[in-house]
Design a binder for this molecule. Structure first.
Ligand code: SF4
Length: 195
């Protein structure tokens, strides 16, 4: 990564979990991914959710009170990470990132690493602890608590290192081992070794 180049984002950890090549193509090649209808719907649902959240209580997070910040910019050179958290709730000496997702599923490892990355950024840039975060589905209205335990922190930091390594070396990573994902991937034309 050249000096001045953007740091990787928590959202790229989620993409990396889906398939490392998605991050590689977007970072290291001139591939342009047009926004699909599904992506557009997700973005619009996300914006509506953020607007509604401003009128809600913190009950869904099991909290009675807390300070809410929306669209929080976080940046840490030593973590090589930068991003904008949908929401950060601070209660005393602890801060909890919140992500809103247009999904009917429970958060997978990619989602949990994305959320944990915001927790790591909060701890690196503020005098706070971030032991957990919340992931809210805009489809099912379910809210999940994600604990940032030692295992998840280690996996998240490992993923950040791996992504930075292949971006800096401009080395195309291995494809996802889950070939079923490739059949509906808009980047499949670039993965001649998979088909
Ligand atoms: S086609 Fe498969 S290997 Fe290639 S980017 Fe898409 S998901 Fe990854």
């Amino acid at each position: 990564m050249e000096e001045g180049e953007p740091l990787i984002t928590p959202a790229e950890l989620r993409q990396y979990h889906y398939c490392p090549r998605v991050v590689f193509y977007e970072r290291c090649t001139p591939v342009y991914r047009r926004e699909t209808l599904r992506m557009q719907y997700g973005r619009e649902a996300h914006d509506v959710e953020v607007a509604l959240e401003k009128q809600r209580s913190l009950q869904r997070y099991g909290l009675h009170q807390g300070q809410r910040e929306f669209g929080v910019h976080l940046h840490c050179d030593s973590l090589e990470l930068s991003g904008i958290a949908d929401l950060v709730v601070t209660v005393g000496a602890e801060s909890y990132p919140v992500e809103f997702k247009d999904s009917t599923r429970e958060p997978d490892l990619g989602h949990r690493m994305q959320l944990c990355a915001y927790g790591l950024l909060l701890e690196a840039t503020r005098p706070t602890q971030s032991p957990k975060g919340f992931w809210h589905s805009t489809r099912t209205r379910e809210t999940y608590m994600v604990e940032f335990d030692a295992k998840l922190r280690k996996r998240t930091l490992q993923a950040i290192r791996e992504i930075n390594a292949f971006i800096k070396a401009e080395r195309c990573p291995d494809p996802t081992p889950q070939v079923a994902k490739c059949f509906e991937c808009e980047l499949k034309n670039f993965c001649g070794d998979v088909f």
